[in-house]
Design a protein around this ligand. Structure first.
Ligand SMILES: CC(C)(COP(=O)(O)OP(=O)(O)OC[C@H]1O[C@@H](n2cnc3c(N)ncnc32)[C@H](O)[C@@H]1OP(=O)(O)O)[C@@H](O)C(=O)NCCC(=O)NCCS
Length: 187
């Protein structure tokens, strides 16, 4: 079931989230040379070359279960990627994100995710957002907490990545929790 717009563009105070373009392949591959990104965002496809990124961007256009958006500053350069996998029948989206390391620590991941969360609950009318994170990933855990997401579970040895098993923490945000947080914030 197709129930979202693949060509979506979301604007926040400092950022634009827009569909990936072939011309983003090089800059994204350059960002991904920092191993801290692939080590934490385990679902990223290797190798992190410009050609592989271009192939991925081309393939991704046809996948209606998975949305990938370039996170850009207002000058249109891709500083990272925001993605969402949709479990349409359950009205759930699982989110992921990464940024080039020179853009860390400026609140960009939180801002991008807030823009997407507003879209998911206000426009797509989904019921739930979820995200998973390695327990060692304090920055991402903090992003999820700042977004109002709630820890729902802890799964031991749940991911096999680069030859090792990793625990993960599962976070969720229900529509009702989002609405409650936003009405409280408005007061
Ligand atoms: C996770 C990631 C996207 C965060 O991006 P970001 O733009 O720096 O995030 P934000 O600035 O919005 O928020 C990060 C928060 O974590 C905090 N933080 C950063 N490193 C931390 C650490 N080691 N321990 C505790 N808190 C930490 C920051 O201070 C900030 O909190 P604050 O706003 O209260 O000061 C970025 O670090 C990244 O791309 N990491 C590699 C890929 C990855 O981990 N993706 C997520 C997979 S689940």
């Amino acid at each position: 079931m197709i129930f979202y717009e693949k060509q979506i563009e979301l604007t926040t105070e400092r950022l634009v989230l827009r569909p990936l373009r072939l011309s983003d392949a090089k800059i994204l591959a350059d960002h991904l040379q920092d191993p801290r990104i692939g080590n934490n965002a385990w679902h990223l496809e290797e190798p992190f070359t410009e050609q592989h990124m271009a192939e991925f961007i081309e393939r991704e256009k046809a996948d209606m279960n998975w949305l990938f958006l370039a996170i850009t500053t207002k000058n249109d350069d891709a500083i990272g990627v925001f993605d969402a996998f949709f479990y349409a029948e359950n009205k759930v989206a699982e989110i992921g994100y990464w940024l080039g390391s020179k853009f860390w620590g400026k609140g960009y991941a939180t801002e991008a995710a807030e823009g997407f969360i507003n879209y998911v609950f206000n426009d797509m009318k989904l019921n739930k957002l979820e995200a998973t994170v390695f327990p060692s990933n304090r920055a991402s855990t903090h992003v999820l907490e700042k977004l109002g997401m709630v820890q729902e579970g802890y799964r031991k040895n749940h991911i096999f990545h680069s030859g090792e098993f990793f625990d993960i923490i599962e976070f969720g945000l229900l529509r009702s929790e989002y609405e409650q947080q936003h009405s409280i914030k408005k007061k």
